[in-house]
Design a protein around this ligand. Structure first.
Ligand code: SAH
Length: 347
């Protein structure tokens, strides 16, 4: 198996059969070798720097009803909120003072936050923080809308494709949503000039090795600047309440594979991974991730943005816990970089 890992490291591509063989391998030495290789690549590309992004969860209202997500429209037990422009700017100011140079605005697809409103919000952040990157993660919009946000000053967009397989996509989403449309959105984002992020939940209900191979091959072709990989974690008020959570080990293996596939990519060690296992944050970094996204949302709203049960939002997961995060990263030989951390191609 090790020669497949070396091949991916050298050539950044494998056949479907080779990906499948790696994903189904049960040999601990192979996994240790994969992690070792991925860690070395990350180190040689980024040193011991880990980039930080301040995550602002701007609304938990959503018109969609994704079966996995805690803030889906039909969940009546969520106390809904949406942040005002002033509150968002306040979060950015706090974040800026703490050293953040990227703000990520994430939210449900809230019809009340109109294109005009988002555009004006992006423009305000752009004016007040000309040296910062603005990342959006607001779901599926029209090409024109993405263009407006880009012109207003947004630089990056996160839109996980969740699963490349249409049948599996339909297992996770109600009628009316499609993998085809999500992939179309990703194509637009890239064409417009956003640094574009995509990714998947690992272990989402119905996911097979064949689906993961499709996801690997899609991400290989698409060449996203950012790759978000986190375990699926059930939420009690969703149709997937009784499903098992995804595997932390499989999440870590995928992070390593993506690092070898795309050495320059910005790969977060995700909150879901940190929620699933206590040292998930560190293990993600050691597997080849190089970004963490502490929570900058107002503390009183944080528990309301519950995408899954027990989502971590305090301590080292929180922007105010940056010192704690720094200590934990230092303990494994890394440190926080306060650079903007834009995507740069090394070849
Ligand atoms: N509305 C935006 C933001 C979604 S939340 C959008 O559609 O892109 C960001 C990510 O959280 C999702 O893309 C999904 O991959 C992840 N997520 C949602 N529910 C989850 C769950 N139950 N377990 C793990 N991750 C989840």
């Amino acid at each position: 198996m090790k020669h497949f890992i070396d091949k991916l490291w050298r050539e950044h591509t494998l056949t479907a059969e080779e990906y499948r063989a790696l994903l189904t391998c049960r040999d601990a030495d192979t996994w240790a070798y994969l992690q070792h290789r991925a860690q070395k690549v990350t180190r040689s590309r980024f040193g011991n720097d880990v980039f930080i992004r301040g995550l602002i969860e701007i609304s938990n209202r959503c018109r969609n009803n994704c079966y996995y997500c805690g803030i889906r429209s039909s969940n009546r037990s969520v106390a809904r909120y949406a942040l005002t422009l002033e509150t968002i700017l306040k979060c950015c100011r706090e974040g800026y003072a703490a050293g953040f140079r990227t703000f990520v605005m994430q939210g449900g697809e809230d019809p009340a936050q109109t294109d005009e409103w988002v555009e004006a919000t992006v423009a305000s952040i752009r004016r007040e923080f000309p040296d910062c990157a603005i990342t959006l993660s607001l779901g599926e919009k029209s090409r024109e809308t993405y263009e407006r946000f880009f012109r207003a000053g947004a630089n990056r967009y996160l839109l996980r494709h969740e699963t490349h397989n249409e049948t599996h996509y339909r297992r996770l989403h109600p009628a009316g949503m499609s993998s085809t449309h999500r992939l179309q959105c990703l194509q637009w984002l890239k064409e417009i000039g956003y640094q574009t992020g995509t990714g998947i939940m690992v272990g989402s209900p119905g996911q097979t090795v064949a689906h993961l191979v499709e996801d690997l091959q899609f991400i290989e072709r698409f060449r996203p600047e950012m790759i978000g990989i986190g375990p699926f974690i059930p939420h009690r008020d969703t149709p997937f309440a009784g499903e098992a959570a995804g595997s932390a080990d499989m999440t870590l293996r995928l992070i390593s594979l993506f690092r070898l596939m795309h050495p320059d990519a910005l790969i977060p060690s995700t909150t879901a991974l940190a929620t699933l296992v206590p040292d998930g944050r560190e293990r993600g970094i050691l597997a080849g991730a190089n970004v963490v996204m502490p929570n900058l949302s107002p503390r009183e709203q944080r528990e309301k943005y519950a995408l899954y049960d027990n989502k971590a939002a305090f301590g080292a997961e929180a922007a105010e816990g940056l010192k704690k995060l720094e200590e934990r990263l230092r303990a494994i030989g890394y440190s926080i970089s306060k650079e903007r951390g834009d995507y740069k191609r090394s070849d």
